[in-house]
Design a protein around this ligand. Sequence first.
Ligand code: F6P
Length: 491
Amino acid sequence: MGDLTTERSSATGTAPVLVASNRGPVSFSTADDGTLTLRRGGGGLVSGLSAIDDPNAVWVCAALNDADRRAAADAPDGRLDLAGHDVGGQAVRMLDIDPETFARAYNGVANSTLWFVHHLLYATPTAPAFDAGFRTEWAAYQAYNSAFADALAAEAAPNAAVLVQDYHLSLTPALLREARPDLRIGHFSHTPWAPPEYYRLLPDDVARAVLTGILGADRAGFLTERWARAFAACCQDLLGATIDHEALTVTHDGRTTHLGVHALGADADFLRERAHRPDVDERLTALRAAVGDRRTIVRVDRTELSKNIVRGLQAYRHLLRTRPEWHDRVVHIAFAYPSRTDLAEYRNYTAAVQDLAEAINTEFATPTWQPLILHVNDDFPRSLAAYRLADVALVNPIRDGMNLVAKEVPVVSDRGCALVLSREAGAHTELKDDALTVNPYDVIATAEALHTALTMPEEERADRTKRLAAAATALPPQQWFLDQLNALAPW
Ligand code: F6P
């Protein structure tokens, strides 16, 4: 990157560092009197970006609902900070994308197609079927990605570093490179990546566009080496790209993209402090009262198809059916909070979880014992209370980019917690030595692992938890973010 590039570029922005993601660091709701109320969100990216103390950094995100759209439309160029909103340490440009375009891009392509492909979620005899409706959605996804590329191009200072996040924005890196060749562009996938045989379910042009879109970046980051290698395999298979397996690079059309592996860890400082505030203690007392002196199996998830909640409940039912010694001695606490409820599959899945939970309680409950406590509303302090209380944590996704619950529980656990963990979660790579590994499709093996976890000697459980916590916090969000930024330094 020399001065020539800078001179040639038509940069107008001032941001030296930019992040782009569908969901931003803030969201709005409309109060009864019609005024907008702002809520600041959390998560790995929010704490990651706090590592750079630069008020000129800009986070570009989409307006996700009507209140967001109102706030974005009322702000100059969507710049919420310039409109006086308290958005955190950086500037935020929220894109007021037309609701129909947004819904088609987010629900139709990102969540119903790319998410399903990467998590292997299709029941393939009937789905997917890429018809005329899909083509309308794909056009919307292209427009949505262009809107991000345009906003980033406008905000970025010469030679700025831009970190584009996730499957919603797979076309943005290439579009941005075309507009602003001076920029240093990274893309990061928070999901798994599908193996080529499954990825090829996508229409050929779409499959190729997603790959070449990401290859527009200088670096493409993944949570595990497994997902990075799957991406490289797709590039080789569908684009004929050249892969350097040692250096982990993909060369296509005369450009080389470096693949990076950054295993996002739990934020130990934040979690330990947050988990001991009074609101968490209060909920812990309530949970203890409900459980009594029984053992607990805890799970906390979005109600998400890939989280495999139904098979988790089937495994618990199998445990109670085959090992009656656990009757009245264990309670399963399952928190499955709402997610992507615009999609029928997710609404149906939530109903399936609720029906099975009810059936389990009907089959086994006694006047003094409720074997399963299911909550379907989000309550973060209550989740932390459950983490502290858990004797066993069940994390059994079909496939997961990382799974931070598996990393958070050992950090927060009061007395040590045995972790039953799917081998298909990204977190398994780092936690496998001290977790009890399960095949997420094998309900009987999962039930057996729950039994082993429940009977694990206390000392062993505490020792394993210490090691799990150390592995889970190896790469805190701030370092995770800085590593990606530093790796984008001109080479
Ligand atoms: O990569 C998966 C992801 O984008 C996570 O970062 C996030 O936890 C989750 O999906 C939430 O998805 P949504 O924004 O659709 O609620």
